[in-house]
Design a protein around this ligand. Sequence first.
Ligand code: UT7
Length: 325
Amino acid sequence: MTVVRSVVLGVGSYLPARCLTNNDLAKMVDTSDEWIAQRTGIRSRHVAAERELTSDLAYAAATAALEDAGVEAGTIDLIVLATSTPDNTFPATATTVQAMLGITTGAAFDVQAVCSGFVFALATADALLRSGGGKRALVIGSETFSRILDWEDRSTCVLFGDGAGAVVLDAREQPGTADDRGILTSHLRSDGRYKDKLYVDGGPSSTRTVGHLRMEGREVFRYAVGMITDVIDDALAATGLTAGDIDWFVPHQANRRIIDGSARKIGFPPEKVVVTVDRHGNTSAASIPLALDVAVKDGRIKRGDLVMLEAMGGGFTWGSVLLRW
Ligand code: UT7
């Protein structure tokens, strides 16, 4: 019996021109290249220009993904954009991007699951495509976390960066086996008891301000590997695949130690792990599509490869998506 699967047709990304190194940050707060590199693996990150908005980053990534896929913007009937740093409280940044792309049909909306946003957006778009809620989707992760950082708080401002990534998904009939192309399974989780571990201390309803990011880093770290590996196990169990079957592990890029710890626990060898946190920092919902784009463009991820995506972040939210490229 055939099934509909969401097949990735193309990927694209965008990084703002300005690059901030650890040494640049050491001139702003009491930190050092050595501390940041040792504790996080980050060496540099990109920061959006003054007039550059989340929608601008998203538009650039979406345009690159459409070009990579070889499809016209007019064929897109669903845009799901993951962000925690929208241009405005409303409308959804996705509708701004829709207008920038000249699309006037279909639907566009934002998904907010902080660092897990791209995984949540992919799973949402996949569910809609599989149930006939669209034929072709743009799934975007775009963030300007530089706008919500407290640039005097060394425990957070050194960790994050700006950027955007996007994929084009196409609903296609497949035989219905683990050899199919496209999204094979997705697993989303959240637990709001941990909402105060990583949050922004402002918002339209609470303070009528935007607020700044606050994090109990050590606490987030404590839960991260366990939550990440749980949903990877769920994806493997759902498909009957094993860690040895996975060609590429493309994790959310928050901290090199979390990535290495998760890969080690599951049994993914280091050469199969895509790491970009050193150059991008934590770009929240944008980190997975940015890493995907790097590994596709440098020739590592090829058509037919099995790719495991995972993320964990504020909420807490966490999730995995297993797909065949
Ligand atoms: O995307 C998902 C969300 N985020 C994450 O996944 C982040 C998860 N957490 C982490 O990645 C790590 O906990 C951090 C990188 C944030 C911190 O690393 P850590 O090894 O957990 O360090 P710590 O928070 O335990 O701090 C150790 C020390 C502290 O000094 P004392 O109290 O031991 O004297 C901090 O004040 O390091 C100090 N410190 C710094 N020193 C230099 C904190 N930030 C800095 C800094 N430069 N930027």
